[in-house]
Write a protein that binds this ligand. Structure first.
Ligand code: MG
Length: 399
């Protein structure tokens, strides 16, 4: 594969339902997109999982945009010929010189993979060896008091979801989740604390024990990302499976967590783990260790959602995940929407990711663009330019 140019876009989409976690409120979604142009085949698209603020992991969207423009894209364009058999793996190996930043790197991997598989006429699901035609969908509702959470759950149930994840925080947890469980006994319920509880706090511990009595599918990331010993204690204490999300960013974290028996299951997010290849590898390790596996969500547009549906269709994903239909997130979506069918989402089966940005939506949501080509000057940083006259709401990015 010969990469002739790479375009970066910083887009902003309004979330249809605002989502509040214990750490952050999300009303709109900045999205960094990567478009890889090939001299000898179709173009490919990738999407960066980084959110507006560095409150989930250390990465954030405009930071990822800068990193891509200054380091990752110039690195790739300097030697633009990639191994025909596995160009995504070679691209990621090349980018390993830059420390960290799994989400920014994963966006490039996704775009290279999309271009490669389109050239081969193969879907991502087929490439990964996934066989399920559809996967169970999930919806997430904000942390809140019982009335708010039940009202939000009502919409989710009416839309046809069978699985609901309630964001929780100490004090906005047991009563809300119990009310939802009583109002909607058929919904499969889980909670996600995004690390908000402290096991040293007696009240927090008591609340976690009360959540344990509600028959939940899982309690996700109750303690802080670095609290592996605490999670091990909780995994022993609670009947409910403890799922880790933020605590596992790389293979070393997963090995350590498994060694300490700090988890009963893993939330697999390709962005956090450093790409689709890394996510598949982590899934294999988790399944071999006897863990539950669920696909996680990052308020993706239809583009990354298509990729993550292919990952979720792999053997081993035994718990319903976070991925919902497009209309839970963006109306309209950046791509042809993903729709709920009998509580499930169809895994795309057309070549590559199976979705591409709609040109009109792309133009309407793009705030800034940067473009670089291979050849002379390829190692230099890309320069961002405003996409149109309106660049309002574009934080921290020098234009
Ligand atoms: Mg989570």
């Amino acid at each position: 594969m010969r990469v002739s140019g790479i375009e970066l876009r910083l887009c902003r989409l309004e979330l249809f339902h605002q989502v509040a976690t214990s750490q952050s409120a999300h009303a709109s979604r900045p999205v960094v997109l990567v478009r890889v142009l090939c001299a000898d085949g179709p173009e490919g698209w990738g999407e960066c999982a980084a959110l507006a603020e560095p409150t989930y992991t250390a990465e954030y969207a405009t930071g990822a945009a800068e990193l891509l423009a200054h380091f990752l894209v110039p690195e790739l364009l300097q030697s633009p010929v990639l191994d025909d058999e596995d160009p995504a793996r070679e691209a990621m190996a090349r980018l390993a010189r830059v420390r960290g930043h799994p989400m920014a790197k994963a966006a490039i991997e996704m775009a290279v993979l999309d271009a490669h598989l389109q050239a081969r006429g193969q879907s991502l699901a087929a490439h990964l060896g996934a066989t399920r035609p559809s996967v169970p969908a999930g919806a997430t509702v904000s942390v809140g008091v019982p009335g708010e959470v039940v009202a939000a759950a009502q919409l989710v149930e009416a839309a046809g979801y069978r699985r609901l994840k309630c964001k929780v925080a100490p004090g906005r947890d047991v009563d809300s989740v119990r009310a939802v469980a009583e109002a909607f006994p058929h919904l499969v319920l889980s909670v996600d604390a995004n690390g908000a509880y402290d096991l040293g706090d007696k009240e927090h511990r008591r609340r976690l024990e009360m959540l344990d009595g509600l028959g939940l599918m899982a309690i996700e990331q109750p303690l802080g990302p670095d609290e592996l010993a605490g999670h091990a204690e909780l995994a022993r204490l609670l009947e409910t499976p403890v799922l880790l999300d933020e605590s596992v960013e790389d293979p070393g974290d997963l090995e350590a967590a498994i060694g300490l028996h700090a988890l009963d299951g893993l939330s697999v997010k390709p962005g956090r783990l450093g790409g689709i290849g890394a996510a598949c590898a982590a899934t294999k390790v988790a399944v071999a260790a006897g863990l539950h596996v669920a696909i996680g969500g990052m308020f993706e547009t239809g583009l990354a959602r298509a990729a993550h549906l292919a990952v979720a269709a792999l053997e081993g994903f035994d718990l319903p995940g976070d991925l919902g239909a497009s209309d839970r997130y963006f109306v309209p979506d950046l791509t042809v929407p993903h729709e709920l069918v009998d509580g499930e989402l169809v895994v795309p089966d057309s070549p590559g990711l199976g979705r591409r940005p709609d040109p009109e939506r792309l133009a309407a949501t793009t705030q800034a663009l940067a473009f670089g080509t291979s050849g002379p000057g390829a190692g230099e940083a890309l320069t961002w330019t405003p996409a149109h006259s309106s660049t309002r709401g574009l934080p921290r990015l020098e234009l």
